[in-house]
Design a protein around this ligand. Structure first.
Ligand SMILES: C[S@@+](CC[C@H](N)C(=O)[O-])C[C@H]1O[C@@H](n2cnc3c(N)ncnc32)[C@H](O)[C@@H]1O
Length: 267
């Protein structure tokens, strides 16, 4: 039986059209996200080799943070959006236009750290299953570019509904997919999260969020073992509470995981 080719629903134009929203930079003294000190500490204690690939690096916030913390690291920022990459002014950071699942790197290139933050939920196909398979193909591709003793650091948003944890993301995925197909703008209520990032209307964005256990299983299926993980709930502001109520979410959190190549590959 021939294997069906997975087709990624393109999101590059969405990010190119929303550069102002996604241009996050880092300047020394900026407040860090709660998981970033943990990543920095982990990198400091485990950096046998000093190479970092930031996939979906956008305008380079994390790459710039790492450059500031580790001046001797070779840092590569990879993103499909040339407009976002152009925002990285630091010449010591190598920029590559590329995207998951294929990347745009020579097969022999490998890195000791690979960081993928808030990207996996953008890897969508026509169905949830297809999206999961694209994530798996991407994780396997990243595994190929990870040194044997290296670490993959993942950050993403975790959605969990009452009763059946995946209900809200499934409904949201199909709503956004329909809107995308028929070129409809979705109301900003879907994005509101805090006073600093007010709601904005969405056009051309489809997202597939995962629960923590789904992401853990995706990683295991792709030959990774998790060495560290944690979650952070969004601050309990009125906007967050309203969003959770509207989306029927029991838990709405950021999850982060550090994974290494498992010694035994799944059958
Ligand atoms: C929400 S932003 C996150 C940016 C950055 N990683 C961060 O956490 O600040 C999502 C990023 O993923 C990138 N992206 C979208 N599709 C991608 C793909 N298939 N492969 C790699 N990056 C992708 C977008 O261009 C955008 O820069």
């Amino acid at each position: 039986m021939s294997k069906k080719k997975l087709e990624l629903v393109e999101s590059t134009s969405f990010f190119d059209e929303n550069v102002a929203t996604y241009s996050w930079t880092y300047v020394p003294g900026n407040k860090l996200f709660p998981w970033e000190p943990e990543f920095i500490e982990f990198m400091r204690n485990n950096s046998r080799h000093k190479t970092l690939l930031d996939v979906g690096a956008g305008s380079g916030r994390f790459a710039m943070l790492i450059r500031q913390k580790f001046s001797d690291f070779q840092i590569t920022a990879l993103d499909p959006s040339t407009t976002l990459l152009e925002k990285i002014e630091d010449e010591s950071i190598r920029k590559v236009v590329g995207k998951l699942p294929d990347l745009n790197l020579s097969p022999e290139e490998s890195f000791y750290f690979i960081h993928v933050s808030m990207v996996l939920h953008h890897l969508v196909g026509k169905t949830i299953n297809e999206s999961k398979n694209i994530v798996k193909e991407s994780l396997r591709g990243l595994r190929e570019h990870l040194e044997d003793a290296g670490s993959l650091m993942i950050v993403d948003e975790a959605w969990e509904t009452y009763m059946i944890p995946t209900t809200s993301r499934t409904l949201t995925f199909f709503l956004l997919s329909l809107a995308d197909r028929f070129n409809i703008t979705m109301p900003g209520a879907l994005t509101a999260r805090d006073a600093n990032r007010p709601s904005r209307d969405l056009k051309g964005l489809v997202a597939c969020f995962y629960t923590l256990s789904e992401l853990e299983n995706l990683l295991k299926d792709c030959g990774f073992e998790i060495v560290q993980s944690n979650t952070y709930s969004y601050p309990p502001s009125e906007i967050c509470k309203r969003f959770k109520r509207r989306m029927l979410l029991k838990r709405w959190r950021i999850m982060w995981l550090i994974a290494r190549k498992a010694t035994l590959l799944p059958l």
